[in-house]
Design a protein around this ligand. Structure first.
Ligand code: NAG
Ligand code: NAG
Ligand code: NAG
Ligand code: NAG
Ligand code: NAG
Ligand code: NAG
Ligand code: NAG
Ligand code: NAG
Ligand code: NAG
Ligand code: NAG
Length: 668
């Protein structure tokens, strides 16, 4: 038994060994032909990124080869028979060659590869006919890449011999027509990527089997599904960057989860015909959108379309919708009476009839919004992330009454938005809304985790503006607001991890930020001359990173920098940070903060404080000794003088100015 087990292990090891050595990479070797004498047991051969122009029938006698990569060569000619002995080959990458030069030879050489599962012939200058020829005898092919060729028309004969295809990429060709029956027979087709072609409409989509359909960057104006009662497998539909005017007409029974409609013209038409009752009736009576009720859509991107109203009635049928991107449209007002298919009746100021039960991420960036009514927000019971960047939203204050009122009066005259008591909201972006004041208790009972108030020039915080956020807020940006220290009234934010105060006019950091377990602090482009060291000592328990450049720091008041270095806090922009030195002549000079000590060690840091008590005592004793010595000397010299004058000598006292000696105590 043990012997048998040992033999087994040995043989497994041997097999592994052979497998490892039976792989080979010759990529980027400047090879102009297939190297000679390759191991016949090779299973994997990478010849990509060389300059091979042709392959002869003797070049590749590799019967075990499973994967061959010849991409990024200059391949023009594959001679008939070149692949003859490669019965095992499953993956062949011929991307980015020049197969169109000898299509007949090349396609004939490919015909013998009837076991291929994966074929990449992208970027080879192939037209419809050439592509068809390359696909003969490929009955087990699953993955096909035809991207970047010059196909114009897709017809059934192209895929006659490739009925096993699962994934087809024909991006970036010139396709204008897809004939009926081209893809229908491919029963296993899951992914069909036709992005970047010239398709103008899809008027009878009936590929029940396809899960992922990419039609991005064509010129599609409408998409209509053939309704035959059969279920469709469609999960992802990308119609972005087209000319869609209406929503696509999707199958009644589908599995659609991701719908990409960004960069189209949806919304434009509905406005133009808003008064056209007939059309509206037609749309509604035909129940075009009633199918939506059955759609398990979770993601819809409607950004960069032409909506000037919010299609609440239609979208609210999507009960699973959790992400909606409505950025870059033309909404100005989200009071529910201004939405299309208004829901409530005139005079009905209660909840609208619609609701978005699952919506968690709503992006309304760059819409010109001024109004966002309380009832609209109430119809979003799961909202977590609300992006209102680049609008004109003004948060309500206490005088707006609405702000704290439990009654959602549809006060249309009110021009503010109440962010009070939105229990599910975690992330709010109000950057660049022209907000001037954040009033007291604005976010009370709304447990925000991140709040972006950047680029609201000249904004200020009223007292208790951030009241209620003390234990939830983790990230706050007040960058680019031109705020002064006095505009900043912050509570102790006990959970704050990131604070961005860059681009203001702050000259003293509020000491209250010492309360927060900040990991990242950005104080770039302010008016700071120094930073309070005792506050930093508290901060540096948690601080990982601080940005400081663009402040007029004093070079010789830089204990804060020492403290940061000591705490190993990363200062990514230290090399850009400057500091100033005031010269005795009143001139200001600047230097790199990193080199601050150059200016301060001698001239600016006085030495006296370094003297200790003993030095002072010794100094005084020394001076006393000198004084006494001088006194004695004077007495003695007087005597000598007297003696000399008596003896009629004329001599001047050499130590006449000795008393000024005392003044040579080091100054400054
Ligand atoms: C590649 O090979 C050609 C000759 O086959 C030679 O002229 C060229 O300099 C080589 N290039 C590099 C980068 O080695
Ligand atoms: C398909 O490939 C097989 C195996 O290489 C070969 O025997 C057969 O002749 C090919 N069929 C055609 C029509 O070329
Ligand atoms: C298809 O080919 C293009 C161009 O060579 C390449 O960029 C892309 O990654 C390929 N796609 C797949 C799915 O292999
Ligand atoms: C569709 O194709 C485009 C163009 O290649 C690509 O950018 C996009 O991500 C694809 N869409 C999906 C949903 O994968
Ligand atoms: C739209 O918003 C979603 C969620 O915020 C985001 O994932 C997506 O990238 C956005 N799309 C565009 C085109 O900006
Ligand atoms: C919504 O109500 C306001 C105030 O009553 C009114 O001025 C406006 O015209 C209404 N909008 C619509 C679309 O009914
Ligand atoms: C702070 O905000 C500014 C402006 O929005 C931005 O450029 C900067 O990267 C932010 N800082 C950090 C650390 O993210
Ligand atoms: C700081 O100001 C400089 C110069 O005006 C600017 O280039 C930089 O983007 C600003 N950085 C931040 C984070 O505000
Ligand atoms: C520095 O901060 C501490 C609290 O951390 C405060 O007590 C002290 O007054 C501050 N010093 C200055 C000069 O602001
Ligand atoms: C700092 O000073 C040193 C020598 O005085 C100099 O080599 C270095 O370039 C200076 N650093 C900066 C950022 O100016």
């Amino acid at each position: 038994m043990p012997l048998h087990a040992a033999l087994c292990t040995l043989s497994t090891l041997l097999q592994l060994f052979i497998m490892c050595f039976a792989m080979s990479s010759w990529s980027r070797h400047n090879l102009s032909s297939v190297p000679k004498g390759l191991d016949v047991r090779l299973r994997y051969l990478d010849l990509s990124k060389n300059v091979i122009r042709s392959i002869n029938s003797q070049d590749l006698g590799l019967p075990s080869l499973k994967t061959l990569d010849l991409s990024y060569n200059k391949l023009e000619t594959i001679y008939v028979g070149a692949f003859r002995d490669m019965a095992q080959l499953q993956e062949l990458n011929l991307a980015r060659n020049m197969l169109s030069h000898n299509v007949n030879k090349n396609s004939q050489a490919l015909t013998s590869l009837n076991r291929l599962r994966r074929l990449d012939i992208s970027v080879n200058g192939l037209d419809d006919n050439a592509a068809e020829l390359c696909l003969h005898n490929k009955s087990v092919l699953e993955h096909l890449n035809l991207t970047g060729n010059i196909l114009m028309r897709l017809a059934p004969k192209q895929f006659m011999e490739t009925r096993n295809l699962r994934h087809i990429h024909i991006e970036n060709n010139l396709i204008t027509v897809i004939e009926v029956g081209t893809f229908e027979p491919l029963k296993k087709l899951e992914t069909l990527n036709l992005a970047k072609n010239n398709l103008i409409y899809i008027c009878d989509f009936k590929l029940h089997q396809v899960k992922h359909l990419n039609l991005s960057r064509n010129s599609i104006e409408f998409f209509v599904t053939h309704e035959d009662g059969q279920p469709y497998s469609l999960e992802t539909l990308d119609l972005s960057y087209n000319n869609m005017i209406y929503f696509p007409i999707v199958p009644k029974t589908n599995r659609l989860r991701y719908l990409h409609l960004q960069n189209n013209k949806v919304g434009a038409m509905e406005v133009a015909t808003a008064d056209d009752e007939k059309l509206n009736d037609a749309v509604e009576n035909n129940n075009v959108y009633s199918n939506w009720r059955l759609m398990p859509l979770i993601y819809m991107d409607l950004s960069s379309n032409h909506f000037s109203y919010f299609p609440a009635e239609i979208l609210s049928q999507l009960t699973s919708l959790s992400t909606l991107n409505f950025s870059n449209n033309c909404l100005t007002d989200l009071s529910y009476n201004t939405t299309k298919y208004g829901g409530g009746h005139v005079g009905d100021y209660h909840q609208p009839s619609w609701i978005f039960p699952s919506l968690r991420f709503l992006n309304l960036k760059n819409n010109g919004l001024q109004q966002l009514s309380r009832s609209f927000l109430k119809a979003l019971p799961s909202i977590e992330t609300l992006n209102l960047r680049e609008n004109s939203v003004r948060p309500c204050g206490p005088s707006d009454e609405l702000g704290t009122s439990e009654i959602w009066r549809e006060d249309v005259s009110s021009s503010c938005v109440s962010f009070w008591n939105i229990k599910s909201l975690r992330h709010l972006d109000l950057q660049d809304n022209g907000i001037k004041t954040i009033f007291q208790n604005t976010f009370q009972k709304t447990p925000l985790v991140s709040l972006n108030l950047a680029s609201n020039i000249d904004m200020n915080f009223a007292r208790d503006a951030l009241e209620g956020l003390q234990s939830s807020l983790q990230s706050l940006s007040i960058s680019g607001n031109n705020m002064m220290t006095s505009d900043l009234s912050l509570p102790c934010l006990e959970a704050l991890r990131q604070l961005n105060m860059s681009g203001n006019d702050i000259d003293v950091l509020p000491t209250v930020i010492g309360c927060s377990p900040l990991a990242e602090l950005d104080v770039r482009n302010n008016s700071l001359t120094s930073i309070n060291v005792s506050m930093l000592d508290r901060l540096s328990l948690h601080l990982d990173m601080i940005y400081v450049s663009g402040n007029p720091f004093k070079c010789c008041d830089s204990k804060w920098l020492t403290a940061l270095n000591k705490a190993s806090v990363d200062i990514p922009d230290l090399d850009r940070a400057m500091c100033t030195i005031s010269r005795s002549n009143g001139m200001q000079e600047t230097d790199y903060l990193r080199n601050h000590s150059r200016h301060c060690s001698q001239k600016h840091s006085p030495k006296i404080p370094e003297l200790n008590l003993w030095q002072i005592i010794i100094f005084i004793l020394f001076m006393l000794t000198v004084l006494i010595t001088v006194q004695i000397s004077i007495v003695y010299l007087k005597k000598v003088y007297w003696l000399l004058t008596v003896h009629e000598f004329k001599c001047r006292c050499p130590l006449g100015d000795c008393t000024t000696y005392n003044n040579r105590i080091p100054s400054n």
